[in-house]
Design a protein around this ligand. Structure first.
Ligand code: ADP
Ligand code: MG
Length: 234
């Protein structure tokens, strides 16, 4: 594609320096959600971002995807300094290099599993043949090839999340950001999803950063970052 971003070399999938995000509420109330984070995450790992509700997990993910801007400090993701990109560049970069998985799945209800995955490739401008092959491949990875034609409401919660993971994989992302992806699943289904993430990191050579306060995740991830009040405590 003509519009493809040139790729850049990077040692760290995620690198932050003294990253602050302070929300301003009204004129004089400030909520420091991130307080000087320094992170170096090498590519090819499955990372859990843990910490209780309000510790800053979602804020950090939003700053790493460029959906939110830090108040100060540096965020380099996949070798790019996010502050150096304009909105259009950020949108394109996000589309080409990131995948997202959310707690509530976020599938389009009127589209089949296949169409939900394929839509990402349409947005990217892929041709019909590539769209078809890639969508089938991604549904295969998550074990749902035989549910291609089902709509989200015909699938269980775990199956819907697997479709969402197939969708996140569709554009060959280098980094997947997942925000509480097991939050609405029972523990057995949560384990299936975590095992799937673990396998994807190993087989597809990508990085996954997952916010979660689920104790189950400890068994699956390569590294745990514990957040408390916007700081990494371990
Ligand atoms: P977590 O995802 O770990 O639950 P968040 O990143 O959502 O944490 O929130 C971190 C802190 O920032 C909390 O104190 C929360 O109340 C505050 N916060 C989050 N989003 C906003 C916002 N849009 N405006 C003001 N405060 C916010
Ligand atoms: Mg959150």
């Amino acid at each position: 594609m003509a519009d493809m971003l040139e790729s850049v070399d990077f040692d760290y999938a995620i690198h932050t320096e003294n990253l602050w995000r302070v929300y301003k509420i009204g004129n004089n109330i400030e909520v420091p959600a991130l307080r000087g984070l320094n992170l170096d995450i090498e590519p090819g790992h499955f990372i859990a971002l843990k910490g209780r509700s309000g510790s800053g997990k979602t804020t950090l993910l939003n700053c790493l995807s460029g959906l939110d801007q830090p108040t100060s400090g540096t965020a380099k993701v996949l070798g790019r300094d996010l502050a150096q990109m304009n909105d259009r560049e950020l949108t394109q970069w996000r589309r080409e290099q990131l995948g997202f998985v959310f707690q509530s799945f976020g599938l389009l209800p009127t589209l089949s599993a296949y169409e939900n995955v394929e839509l990402m490739l349409r947005i990217k401008g892929a041709g019909a043949r590539e769209r078809h092959q890639r969508a089938e491949y991604c549904l295969d990875i998550v074990g749902l090839r035989n549910r291609s034609n089902h709509r989200p409401y015909e699938l269980s919660g775990g199956q819907q999340q697997r479709v969402a993971i197939a969708r996140a994989l569709a554009n060959h992302p280098l980094l997947i950001l997942a925000d509480e992806p097991t939050g609405e699943l029972d523990s057995e289904t949560a384990r299936e999803i975590l095992g799937l993430f673990q396998r994807i990191v190993a087989e597809e050579h990508i990085t996954i950063m997952m916010a979660s306060h689920d104790p189950l995740v400890d068994d699956y991830v390569d590294m745990i970052l514990q957040l408390r009040d916007g700081q990494v405590v371990s």
